[in-house]
Design a protein around this ligand. Structure first.
Ligand SMILES: [Zn+2]
Length: 370
């Protein structure tokens, strides 16, 4: 993987970058790859935007990957286009890529919620969270995903999301750069045979990533969500791996995180074809749980309302003139000794009398455009 990590630094899809990735950004790239892969229009969104699938490989193991079912979660989209590029450049030159193409048929929906991507929202144009709509199927995008499940009949699915900076891992509260989940199929969180298979793939991805970002991989709570996509697909017999791409220090564009997401995907698919019997699914439970102990900024010992206190700040993303702006927002006030942050400011000489003072000061000092 070290070689491929290196490859990625120079060869990733440079036309996609930053946080906001829209249909307009990916359309010319889809046109380009038509020569190599099967690109199909699989439907249109609520507001009439095209939704595409890209497929390749001739094997018997069907894999379905979808990205940006939450419109403002674009890291997975960048990672799949990097994956297309790796495929394109390596066909006939790399044993492992040729093996993937021989053993699998991979179908990717590289932007399931183009209206949400345009508006930079989690939800679709009708305010539906597609990741909670698998039973109701009230969104046209949910129907398209379900049709693809029926058509592809995947043995494995990768459900690609982004998580906020707030998620931390382990005792040192490092940022959760990537987090995984093997969804439950019932309230008892039964470990079925198929769920064990999903867990094994996650163990393989975690083992690989620990070499690059030690201590920055977390595990999501496996509480059963009756309306969640992954839980239902897993229940239907399609092993579903949730990948959440998160924060990496100072990487607000998520370009480093993108590289690790790409590596995780490649490792996941490689492990599927190798059907690694020696992997023990129990190791899944050794991956630390995600906590919420990471912030964008901690300002220590601020003189606020006549007390010395720590202020924890999270950025809220807002689109201004087509660009993502990070607006500081107070998340927590108190003793933050057990928290970690992207930026820790040790001592501010500022005296702040009230909430208004605090809000104004944050907005003036810490607003950021990315
Ligand atoms: Zn999401």
């Amino acid at each position: 993987m070290f070689e491929i990590e290196n490859w990625h630094r120079d060869h990733h899809e440079k036309k996609l970058k930053g946080r906001r990735i829209t249909l307009e950004n990916i359309s010319p790239l889809l046109k380009n790859i038509e020569q190599v892969f099967r690109v199909e229009k699989i439907g249109i969104s609520e507001l009439g935007r095209d939704i595409f699938s890209v497929s390749f490989g001739e094997g018997e193991i069907n894999i379905l990957i979808w990205t940006q079912m939450h419109g403002n979660e674009s890291t997975g989209t960048k990672a799949v286009f990097d994956f297309f590029k790796l495929m394109e450049e390596s066909i006939g030159k790399s044993k492992i890529i040729d093996k993937i193409l021989k053993k699998c048929k991979i179908t990717v929906i590289p932007l399931l919620n183009p209206d949400g991507a345009e508006a930079y929202t989690r939800v679709n144009a009708n305010q539906i969270d597609l990741n909670r709509d698998v039973i109701d199927q009230s969104a046209t995008e949910s129907k398209i995903l379900m049709q693809m499940i029926d058509k592809v009949n995947p043995e494995y699915c990768f459900n690609m999301h982004d998580q906020r900076t707030i998620f931390s891992v382990g005792e040192k509260n490092k940022p959760a750069t990537l987090s995984f989940l093997a969804p439950s199929v019932d309230e008892e969180r039964t470990i079925t045979i198929r769920r064990k298979e999903t867990m094994k793939i996650i163990v393989a991805m975690n083992n690989m990533l620990q070499k690059f970002i030690p201590g920055q991989i977390g595990r999501y709570s496996d509480e059963f969500y009756p309306t969640a996509t992954g839980d239902n697909f897993q229940k239907m017999g399609h092993n579903t791996i949730l990948i959440e791409s998160g924060h990496f220090k100072n990487d607000y564009q998520r370009e480093n995180t993108r590289r690790y997401t790409f590596l995780a995907l490649l490792q996941g698919i490689t492990s599927i074809i190798q059907a690694e019997k020696e992997i023990d699914f129990h190791s899944y439970f050794n991956i630390p749980n995600n906590e919420k102990k990471y912030l964008d900024i901690i300002i220590k010992n601020v003189n606020y309302k006549d007390k010395k206190i720590d202020i924890g700040v999270l950025y809220i993303e807002k689109i201004i003139k087509g660009k993502v702006n990070l607006i500081p927002s107070v998340e927590i006030i108190g003793d933050l000794a057990f928290y970690n942050a992207n930026e820790v400011i040790l001592d501010s000489k500022k005296v702040l009398k009230n909430e208004n003072d605090l809000k104004k000061w944050l907005k003036n000092e810490y607003i950021k455009a990315i």
